[in-house]
Ligand binder design. Structure first.
Ligand code: XIL
Length: 362
């Protein structure tokens, strides 16, 4: 179905969203900007979340340090976050090392504050993540465990975290980055200690802890059709055949400039045909620094291609970017020499990518 064809049906959803009073977006009357401020900031325009809601879609951002900025910087960050986005993903605060810092200690407060903010601003929360091979607390990775003990630790972690947020998150990344590029299960703490059935154990445990939340497998390099996404496709079919609960897959979508795979749409289509949701969960488009105006234009086209392809499918109704301002992006530290990956610059000014998404959705 084409994006345009979906519009009419989506207008029905708009009524529901409006009836829930969940959109805090405000638009300022035109002409109200003082002449000393010629460049409108995003809060002067109809927000992306409002435009996406008109299509029955959600658009979001990951959030970490910027949320806790002090002073006007913090106010700007939080105001723009709530204005533009209808989904919030804790970038780090729900990860094992943060939320479960000692064997008998769960520390929910930082993530709770994000969930409370999301609730107060009519935003949904993507739970990220339960089981991953990275950012595990050192008490876990430095311990010596039998496979039975590791299973019990997995069940305890998933049960406690999912139960704590029952009814407050839209969906969970139950297993994160569980596949290697050749499509085999990736080696890591849980695979090595529990065995290959750790994936289904995590999904079954999450379902037992919250019968209503959507359960996702989230990974990178599965955006196009390739051996890794083929393997995930086989896993989803196998889970469905055996009654292992899985509701969706997350396409992380950390792209290099010009690197959106041509088979993105065909890949979304084949998973959607299985009846699972396909969400874009960590979108960013990085470029070599310093960036040029031409690169920023290409980036705008790349963002537009991803979002229009996704929103062309009923199953692909959520797009989350891995942050919104270049001031707070994981890219420069994870990929030295690269950056400028998000839709606002480091002064919170909209980039061509913001304009192109706005134009797409309007
Ligand atoms: C990243 C965060 O953005 C960084 O702040 C942190 O230091 C490392 O993790 N795939 C994922 C995310 O699923 O959790 C990662 O987030 C980025 C790659």
């Amino acid at each position: 179905m084409s994006f345009v064809a979906l519009r009419a049906a989506a207008l029905l959803v708009l009524g529901i969203v409006a009836a829930c009073g969940s959109d805090s977006s405000q638009s300022t009357a035109p002409g109200n900007n003082p002449p000393t401020q010629p460049t409108p900031t995003s809060t002067d325009t109809v927000s992306l979340r409002t435009l996406a809601a008109a299509e029955g879609r959600l658009i979001g951002s990951a959030v970490d340090r910027g949320f806790r900025y002090a002073g006007t910087d913090g106010v700007t960050f939080r105001t723009m976050l709530a204005h533009e986005f209808s989904v919030l993903t804790p970038e780090n605060d729900m990860k094992h090392e943060r939320i479960h810092p000692a064997r008998d200690v769960y520390r929910f407060e930082p993530a709770d504050s994000l969930v409370t903010f999301a609730d107060a601003n009519g935003m949904k929360v993507r739970g990220h993540n339960l089981i991953w091979h990275q950012q595990l607390a050192s008490w876990l990775t430095s311990g010596t465990w039998t496979s039975d003990e590791a299973r019990a630790l997995l069940v305890d972690h998933v049960t406690k975290v999912v139960s704590h947020y029952r009814g407050r998150v839209l969906e969970w990344d139950v297993v994160n980055e569980g596949l290697a590029d050749d499509g085999s299960l990736r080696s890591g703490f849980w695979f090595d200690h529990v065995g290959r059935d750790y994936v289904e154990l995590a999904f079954r445990t999450a379902r037992a802890a919250d019968p209503n939340v959507a359960l996702f497998f989230n990974d990178y390099n599965i955006e196009g059709i390739n051996p890794k996404s083929d393997s995930l496709y086989a896993m989803v079919r196998d889970f469905q055949a055996r009654g292992v609960p899985i509701d969706g897959i997350g396409l992380e979508s950390h792209f290099q400039l010009g690197g959106v795979p041509a088979s993105l749409g065909a890949n979304i289509a084949r998973f959607a045909a299985l009846g699972v949701k396909v969400h874009i969960t960590e979108l960013d488009v990085r470029m070599p620094l310093p960036s040029t105006a031409a690169q920023s234009q290409t980036q705008g086209q790349n963002y537009r291609d991803v979002v229009s392809t996704c929103f062309g499918f009923a199953a692909c109704d959520v797009v989350v970017m891995w942050g919104f301002t270049d001031k707070e992006s994981w890219i420069p530290s994870a990929f030295p020499g690269w950056g400028a990956a998000l839709i606002f610059d480091s002064s919170y000014q909209p980039k061509p990518a913001y304009a192109s998404l706005h134009d797409l959705l309007k």
